[in-house]
Write a protein that binds this ligand. Structure first.
Ligand SMILES: [Zn+2]
Length: 347
């Protein structure tokens, strides 16, 4: 899908240049240059007397399409840092230019999708992978009944996590629709404290060794753009509402995770205020979504959990499935808790 094979047709490079702009299939052919891929070719690509010319797909001033480029891009061929890349699932992110890598998640009314951008400055390579295509991950494909979430230990981990035993400091941003702080705070603490219906105490007996601390309001808001793109980070973990007026209409929330190596350095979370209504207290108005439930799910990403796919896991909080007026994801299943224990151990 990402053109490993197309990129190997290096000999076609020059001939394809002029025709490649509007044709992703041809554009993939212009990326590799005359040499085969390898660490020694970065310097060799710049020949004396011939200035290195970026491939056609790289020369657009607009958001770049991941479909038109190889999955692994050499910075010498096209320096993507600071530029916006859109995955085939519609998810977009600005490639970090500060030495960090990035995972972007969006939760949609019909499932979820992810975009992972690994920036390796030393190797001079940027690798882009996506999850969730036209059929978002998590959308039930069979009539299989979901497993009992108190027995379903399934979990998947992000490539990065916070330091064991640390407290993640976060700021709240109210947005324009007045998403209440308590709903955000409750969702974040649900994940760390192991809020569940699976035990008589309402919590799992062994909390993970990771904490969180509210540290005030943020005027500037999460580093998510109005089209639900992960933007440029500001070193503050900001969670809250945002009117993402340019986002696809099924987007409920977006979370961005920046990391170096395997260590998370910043996370931002935005709940969609444009065209979506949030249920925070009282009786749920039909068509609105539980803010606490969605924040609990997004907080799973903040602490290092990825989506679990498939209809049989649909009752876990980290399944990218939330229906209107459904507050089920606010209570963790076994797999959600097991995932945090796998990341941080027990307190
Ligand atoms: Zn998600």
């Amino acid at each position: 899908m990402h053109g490993f094979s197309r990129a190997a047709k290096a000999g076609m490079a020059t001939a394809a240049l002029s025709a490649a702009l509007a044709c992703p299939a041809a554009a993939g052919a212009v990326t590799a240059g005359p040499e085969t891929a390898g660490p020694e070719t970065a310097a060799a690509a710049v020949r004396p007397g011939a200035a290195a010319r970026p491939p056609a797909w790289c020369r657009s001033g607009e958001t770049l399409s991941a479909r038109a480029m190889p999955q692994k891009v050499r910075i010498a061929d096209c320096d993507l840092r600071g530029r916006a890349v859109r995955g085939p699932n519609g998810l977009t992110a600005v490639v970090p230019a500060d030495g960090t890598s990035l995972v972007a998640h969006s939760l949609r009314t019909g499932g979820g999708s992810g975009l992972r951008i690994l920036v390796d400055d030393q190797a001079g390579e940027i690798t882009i992978t996506t999850r969730g295509g036209r059929v978002p991950e998590g959308r039930p494909r069979t009539s299989q009944a979901p497993q009992d979430p108190c027995r379903d230990g399934t979990h998947r981990l992000e490539p990065s996590k916070w330091a064991k035993g640390s407290a993640v400091r976060w700021r709240y941003h109210s947005g324009t629709a007045g998403l209440p702080r308590w709903a955000v705070a409750k969702g974040v603490s649900n994940m760390v404290l192991g809020n569940t219906d699976c035990t008589g105490q309402g919590r799992f007996a062994t909390p993970p060794d990771i904490g969180e601390r509210y540290s005030g309001e943020s005027d500037s808001g999460p580093n998510v753009t109005t089209d639900a793109t992960c933007g440029t980070r500001d070193r503050v973990n900001t969670f809250g509402g945002k009117a993402m007026t340019g986002a696809e209409s099924d987007v409920l929330a977006a979370t961005c995770i920046w990391f170096i190596g395997t260590r998370t350095v910043e996370t931002d979370m935005a709940l969609q205020e444009h065209g979506k209504r949030w249920w925070t207290d009282g009786t749920c108005t039909p068509g609105s979504y539980s803010a606490e439930a969605v924040v609990t799910h997004e907080a799973g990403h903040v602490f290092g959990l990825a989506h679990v796919e498939g209809a049989d896991h649909a009752k876990l909080t980290m399944a990218p499935v939330v229906a209107a007026c459904d507050n089920g994801p606010a209570t963790l299943g076994k797999g959600d808790h097991d995932g945090l224990i796998a990341l941080y151990g027990t307190r």
